[in-house]
Every structure is written in C-alpha cells, then in structure tokens.
Design a protein around this ligand. Structure first.
Ligand SMILES: NC(=O)c1ccc[n+]([C@@H]2O[C@H](COP(=O)([O-])OP(=O)(O)OC[C@H]3O[C@@H](n4cnc5c(N)ncnc54)[C@H](OP(=O)(O)O)[C@@H]3O)[C@@H](O)[C@H]2O)c1
Length: 324
C-alpha cells in the first residue's frame, strides 16, 4: 500500500510517498481500505512540529478518513466487510489502509461521497458542539462566523442556519464569500478589506449574539467588539497563527462571555454524549437538513500540495485526498 510519510519535521514539501506491505487483520481491530482522507489545518501544524501533539518522524499524518471495511479481526462484532465507514485514526490516515479498534469507526452517513465524509466528522462535530453545547445558540439569534469558508467555518454556517440562526460569514476573498452564500450565509463580510466590527454591527442591527472564531490574530478583537450585550465569543482555534490578547475591560464593559471550545477533549471524556451528538448530525444529513459541500480533491501523492494550499489560504471549503 502507498503511505505518505513525514520523514523530517518542516514544510509539507518534505513529505514522501512510500510503498509498504499491505496490512492484515488483527484480533479486536478493523481493517479499512481508505477511499478518501480529510485534510485539516491540524495536519499542516503536525508535519511542521507546531501542534500540541508532536510525534517523532517518521510518521504518517491524517486524522480522519472514509473508506470500506476490508476485514474484521476476531472478536469484532459491530462492523463487517463491505461497511462504509468514517475512521478516526488521529494520525496514519494519509495511507491506502488503516487498522483500528472498532471504537474509532462510525458508519458513514448515507448520501455523502467518500470525499465529503472524510471531512465531515471533526468539522461538523466541532460546529455543533460549539454552537449548541457551548453557546446555546437560539433560533433567531445572529452568528458571526470568521474563516467562514474554511473547514470548521463552513460547517458552522451550515449548522447555524439549520438551528434557525441568522448567519454573517466573514472571509478573505470574494470566491470564499460566494461559497459561504451557497452554504446559506445571509450576509457576508470581506474582512481582509472591510471594517469587521463596523460591518458586523451594521448587518446585525447593533451587535451579533455569537462569534464563532477559528482564526484568532487580528480578527478576534474587532469581532468581540461587534458582540451585542450578553453575547458569546467562541474560541475555536488560531489558524491565523497569532493567539490574540484581548484586554479584559472589554469583556467587563460588553458583559459578554468568552467561551473556550475543545470538542476533541470533551468528546474523549464524554463518549456517549459525543456519539449522540454525531448521530444527530448524521440523521440531519440523511434527512437533507445539513449539506456538507464537496471538498477540493487532490490525489494522495499530492498531499504536500493540499497542505500548502491550506496553509496559504487558497482552499475554498474543505480539502481531501482521493485514494485508490
Ligand atoms: N476547538 C476545537 O475543538 C477545534 C476543532 C477542530 C479545529 N479547530 C481549529 O480550528 C482552526 C481551523 O481549522 P480548519 O481545519 O477549519 O482550517 P482551514 O480549513 O484551513 O480554515 C481556516 C481558515 O482560517 C483562515 N485563515 C486566516 N489566516 C490564516 C492563515 N495565516 N493560514 C491559514 N488560514 C488562515 C482562512 O480563511 P480566510 O482566508 O477567509 O481568512 C481559512 O479558511 C484550526 O486552528 C484548528 O486547529 C479547533
């Protein structure tokens, strides 16, 4: 099988493609033929040694894949050969096969392509956990989504609309804003050129109820300043590279909440609740209430190009690697 290997920490161009022996079934494990790998911002950090988890090279990146079960090992009863699944290996996903315990697999929602499914789980669970569990978003409230054409951003636009919110999407290019509109955003802000705080206040009629912020950097403070009294600013991530330092008097004056979101940590401590959260999302996809957009697809051997495009903000929506 072919595998993408990070032999040395650094730019994605250092990644290599290797030929390795096929994997075989193992007791208590499921062998999956990978059809598509989701490409996440976290993968760009991991290969550079910039993520909080720093595996020693050589290692294979790739936290989430979609594929078909080839074989199950002794003792596995929850999956069978031929099942379509989403698998969360954490890493080792940029490969033609993965071997995992069944707890790391979930059935693929019907109606999604392998490419769509490979970027669904983390992106949509993060959006749902943030907007529902953490912000307790109510129908009729206004949400400002930063980095709205990115992976977790576009998922948030979809989830927030489905929850009955009014969505203002902010992104850095007209092409990205068009993708946000297509996903259902009511209003858009070109935050690379327009005044984010001013426009968000204008478009929301005085202030937004929730900010969904996976970008950080210079965008966080104007977004926080655009909150209505009692608003919630969801801290999702720092794709912009800088962790913002906001003065606390702002939080006092605005009487707002700054709400941390760590879906991965919560999910591993609350497995049943997380499984229920995912089942709810899968059901809404199957009923046509949520509509994950097809990603930009790269062949497996072009993993470095996919990561580079993500790092340079060239990807609109999600990216995926097609395998096989
Ligand atoms: N808290 C959680 O539970 C959780 C879960 C999953 C992911 N995350 C985090 O969420 C963040 C986004 O992840 P993602 O997979 O959605 O990433 P992504 O698809 O690359 O989207 C990130 C967006 O950030 C914007 N951006 C601004 N400055 C950037 C820069 N210098 N480099 C790259 N992008 C930049 C880009 O939009 P514009 O070009 O429009 O600005 C881009 O679309 C990451 O920090 C990730 O670690 C957090």
């Amino acid at each position: 099988m072919r595998v993408i290997s990070c032999v040395e920490l650094g730019p994605p161009e250092k990644l290599q493609i290797e030929e390795r022996p096929d994997l075989g079934p193992l007791p208590g494990h499921v062998l999956v033929d990978v059809k598509a790998c989701g490409v996440y911002f976290v993968d760009t950090l991991m290969v550079q040694g910039l993520y909080q988890i720093r595996p020693e090279p050589p290692f294979t990146p790739g936290g989430e894949v979609a594929g078909v079960v080839r074989a199950v090992g002794e003792g596995v009863e929850t999956f069978s050969a031929g099942d379509r699944v989403i698998a969360m290996p954490g890493m080792n996903g940029f490969a033609e096969q993965v071997l995992l315990p069944p707890e790391r697999l979930i059935p693929m929602p019907k109606g999604l392509s392998f490419e769509q499914a490979s970027g669904f789980y983390q992106a949509y669970c993060t959006a749902q956990f943030a907007l529902d569990n953490r912000a307790q978003l109510q129908a009729g409230e206004t949400v400002l989504v930063l980095g709205a054409a990115g992976g977790v951003g576009l998922a948030a636009v979809d989830v927030a609309k489905q929850m009955g919110a009014r969505v203002i999407a902010a992104a850095s290019s007209p092409e990205k804003l068009a993708a946000c509109r297509k996903q259902g955003a009511d209003e858009v802000i070109l935050y690379s050129e327009e005044d984010l705080k001013l426009r968000a206040k204008e478009l929301s009629g005085g202030g937004v109820d929730v900010v969904y912020d996976p970008v950080g950097g210079d965008y966080s403070e104007p977004a926080l300043r655009a909150l209505a009294p009692g608003g919630r600013h969801l801290v999702i991530g720092f794709a912009g590279g800088e962790i913002p330092r906001v003065r606390w008097n702002l939080i006092l004056l605005k009487q707002c909440q700054v709400v941390g979101v760590d879906w991965g940590g919560w999910g591993s401590r609350n497995r049943e609740a997380n499984a229920a959260l995912f089942s709810g999302l899968a059901a809404r996809v199957e009923e046509g209430q949520l509509a994950p957009v097809p990603p930009t697809v790269y062949p497996l051997e072009e993993a470095a190009r996919a990561l580079r495009d993500l790092m340079e903000r060239r990807v609109v929506g999600k990216a995926a690697l097609a395998v096989g």
